[in-house]
Design a protein around this ligand. Structure first.
Ligand SMILES: [Zn+2]
Length: 422
């Protein structure tokens, strides 16, 4: 047998095996979606982690749970609180193999346990609606099946892998993001299982993002008898919000969205506290610095108001994902795998963010939309194509197989890569 036909045989065998797994993947998906894992439902997120740890026994890998520090959250009344988070799960196998691949998927969803959207509904033969079916429990099933297929191939020794299942992506990965820079040092590339776009295409460059909370504090007073003694926190917040919103349009690619405000109470009292939250999207590090400097100037202006103080919490949690040349080469490899499956995959830029931003910031080339094909995520209309469980598992299996067979990995060589000594 020639080398080429042996390679083709390995691929064909893996693709066929996955094609026979559709039913088992659907069962796995249903069992994951039945567990509510809203980001702050710690018991639910931990239950997903336990389930995945059980599944991992099939892969014959090492497994460990990682405790996550709580998230600092400014509540609606301006108080800083600590919000507990679920545990992360780390799986790994063959850390000494020549090619090291990092895979990542989040276990949390945007639907809390008291949200009405909790179950799967079949909409059409190939389409289901359910919380997290696309974002990204379908992707978890895809990832496992692709790895199972790879582990059945004779190429195992060429490629080691590590998976992080994180519990807090939907709230911006406040705790797990710290793990990414460390993990990135041990790998050549990253594969993340966020859903593809609704048309099946994949995400390329991504904007960066920051989430912020601002609290203004003034002085309460009776609105009729002693209005002159009060210092109105809502008025101060209005000034801040207008000045902030006026930054929109000043630089192409930056968007700023004041998205939440709460303050005051009875209208016969001058309000002493107001809380506002906003999000910023940026395309470059320079734009981040520009925004930080403008915000600092506005804060300083508000702080000069008589009897008013203002404080800012939060920051830019996700740097822009700019496609490096290694990342572009990886995109081409994924496109060629797609072509083998009859998928014409394009990489499209997006304003949305995910852990692919964090990995790119840590220097790791990555593809971050290898999960199922679906859409309307973060809403009760979230849906996915069931058949994409098979096609996207096949896509990932091909990526792993071709990386393991690749004779020229020079494009993936990274400075300062750290090999674990175990
Ligand atoms: Zn997601």
């Amino acid at each position: 047998m020639t080398d080429l036909s042996a390679k083709n045989e390995i691929e064909t065998h893996a693709l066929k095996w996955i094609a026979a797994q559709q039913q088992s993947m659907q069962q796995d998906l249903w069992s994951l979606v039945e567990i509510n894992s809203g980001s702050y439902n710690v018991a639910g997120v931990n239950q997903v982690a336990e389930t995945l740890a059980q599944w991992s026994e099939k892969l014959g890998c090492h497994a460990e749970f990682i405790e996550m520090p709580p998230q600092d959250v400014v509540d609606d009344s301006g108080q800083l609180n600590q919000q507990p988070l679920g545990r992360a799960l780390r799986l790994y196998k063959r850390p000494q193999a020549p090619v090291q691949v990092f895979l990542c998927a989040h276990m949390d969803t945007v639907f809390p346990s008291d949200h009405p959207f909790q179950t799967i509904t079949q909409l059409e033969d190939d389409i289901i609606n359910g919380p997290g079916v696309a974002d990204l429990k379908g992707g978890i099933v895809v990832m496992f099946k692709a790895l199972e297929a790879f582990e059945r191939s004779p190429l195992q020794d060429q490629l080691g892998w590590e998976i992080l299942f994180n519990p807090d992506e939907e709230v911006g990965s406040p705790s797990s993001s710290k793990l990414f820079s460390e993990i990135a040092q041990r790998h050549h590339l990253g594969l993340i299982y966020e859903p593809s776009f609704a048309d099946g295409n994949l995400a390329g460059a991504r904007k960066g993002s920051g989430n912020f909370s601002v609290v203004t504090r003034g002085k309460a007073a009776h609105a009729g008898r002693e209005h002159h003694l009060g210092h109105n926190a809502i008025r101060a917040m209005a000034n801040f919000t207008c000045a902030l919103d006026d930054l929109n349009g000043q630089q192409h690619g930056i968007t700023i969205n004041p998205g939440f405000v709460k303050g005051g109470g009875a209208v016969n009292i001058v309000p002493d506290t107001c809380t506002m939250r906003f999000n910023i999207r940026i395309e470059s590090r320079e734009q981040q610095l520009w925004c930080e400097q403008k915000i600092a100037t506005i804060l300083a202006q508000i702080n000069t108001l008589d009897g008013i103080s203002i404080e800012l919490h939060g920051g830019f949690g996700r740097a822009p994902k700019i496609l490096s040349s290694a990342n572009q080469t990886l995109c081409k490899l994924v496109q060629s795998c797609g072509q083998t499956l009859g998928l014409n995959l394009e990489f499209l830029p997006t304003g949305g963010c995910c852990d692919g931003n964090n990995l790119a910031a840590a220097g790791l080339p990555n593809i971050d939309t290898l999960g199922v094909q679906g859409g309307k995520i973060h809403s009760s209309d979230e849906y996915m194509h069931l058949s994409s469980l098979t096609t996207r598992s096949q896509l990932s299996a091909l990526i792993l197989i071709r990386l393991a067979q690749s004779e020229d990995l020079a494009w993936l060589q990274r400075d300062g890569m750290v090999r674990p000594s175990c």
